[in-house]
Design a protein around this ligand. Structure first.
Ligand SMILES: [Zn+2]
Length: 97
């Protein structure tokens, strides 16, 4: 029989402080073209650049003279959960059993 000990630990969920707030990538649904996301210097800059990329891509005709108008946009965010106290076993106990 196994005994499980439980405890209540308050946790806070928030943005990962070491990562970009978000990354926006635009992929053309007609070809393999995709935007190149860059770190944001000014709030909203990534969204503006993603929109500009899509508009510019549509403005260029492909080899058959057609304009690509469909896009798949992905927004990636990074979160971090911060427990109010250490929830991992002590370093000496890790890797055992
Ligand atoms: Zn395309």
């Amino acid at each position: 029989m196994t005994t499980t000990r439980m405890r209540y630990v308050e946790m806070r969920l928030g943005p990962e402080p070491m990562a970009e707030p978000y990354i926006i990538e635009v992929h053309c649904t007609s070809c393999e073209a995709a935007s190149t996301p860059a770190p944001e210097q000014v709030p909203g800059e990534q969204r503006d650049k993603a929109e500009e990329w899509a508009l510019a891509h549509t403005g260029k005709a492909d080899a058959e003279g057609r304009h690509h108008t469909g896009y798949r946009v992905t927004v990636t965010m990074f979160w971090r959960v911060t427990p109010s106290e250490d929830i991992d076993p002590p370093a000496a106990a890790r890797g055992r059993g």
